[in-house]
Write a protein that binds this ligand. Structure first.
Ligand code: KIV
Ligand code: NA
Length: 264
């Protein structure tokens, strides 16, 4: 199998080939997703929620992300690994973004970084791109701005559609290699996808984007509590793992495990 590199994303858009992206936060799951042929893995700052147990993505730091990114890179010989820039690590301007992204590149081996925002981060995207650091943008619902956006709400409805289109064009012109669109009406996401030459990656953005992304714990049934409408559960890994833990505890309690076949 070929190793995915940034130029393949443009190629797949040109060929009209749809592709998938999953998050990963450690070596073991990265191996599984890489073996499964997932072309792009995202070490998302959703690690704040699913790895560290924070309520939002706001508190997680680059120091907390870097060891996770290193594990994913080691587990993914074929996938393109994208790493999120954390809240507070790029908003101050292009210089700060460059320092943060450089740190990720030097310390982890990730192939691209992702940051949230459209027009407002175009300078950051241009600076990173000029430095040889590929950037994925993220527009629509941007979780790091949850307080400014007033909660988990669909973005780009009504008059806000024009701003979303402007954001998509701004990140493309700044050099982004792809753009994630989160919680955007399907028609608008389709319209933007047809307008852009870079791939669009939807999450809660309907079926007309070039690619899709989900948090793996959401799509595999490994998330505590309720998931968003846009999530489809492809497995019940949480339920299976719980059963395995219960059965292990039970067999130990009853003296059934370990059996002779597990003993020296
Ligand atoms: O952090 C994350 O997991 C993300 C995806 C949901 C796009 O940004
Ligand atoms: Na993220």
């Amino acid at each position: 199998r070929r190793a995915m590199r940034v130029h393949h994303l443009a190629q797949m858009k040109a060929d009209g080939e749809k592709w998938s992206m999953l998050t990963a936060y450690d070596y073991s799951t990265a191996r599984i997703f890489d073996d499964a042929g997932i072309p792009v893995l995202l070490v998302g700052d959703s690690a704040a929620n699913v790895v560290y147990g924070y309520d939002t993505t706001i508190p997680v730091t680059l120091d907390e992300m870097i060891p996770l990114i290193r594990g994913v890179v080691r587990g993914a010989p074929h996938a393109l690994v994208v790493a999120d820039l954390t809240f507070g690590s790029y908003e101050a301007g292009p210089q700060q973004a460059l320092e943060s992204a450089t740190r990720i590149f030097k310390e982890t081996g990730a192939h691209a970084v992702k940051l949230e925002g459209g027009e407002r981060v175009a300078d950051q995207i241009a600076t990173l791109t000029a430095a040889g650091i590929p950037v994925v943008a993220h527009i629509g619902f941007t979780p790091q701005s949850v307080n400014g956006l007033g909660g988990f709400r669909v973005q780009g409805r009504g008059d806000a559609a024009d701003q979303l289109i402007a954001d998509a064009i701004a990140v493309q012109e700044a050099g982004a290699i792809a753009v994630v669109m989160e919680m955007v009406p399907a028609d608008l996401a389709g319209q933007i996808t047809r307008k852009l030459t870079i791939p669009t990656v939807g999450i809660g953005a309907g079926n007309e984007t070039d690619a899709q992304v989900l948090v793996w714990q959401d799509m595999a049934g490994f998330t505590h509590g309720k998931t968003a409408k846009f999530v489809k559960r492809f497995a019940d890994v949480g339920g299976d793992l719980r059963k395995a833990a219960e059965q292990y505890a039970d067999e130990v309690r009853r003296g059934v495990f370990p059996g002779p076949e597990h003993s020296y």
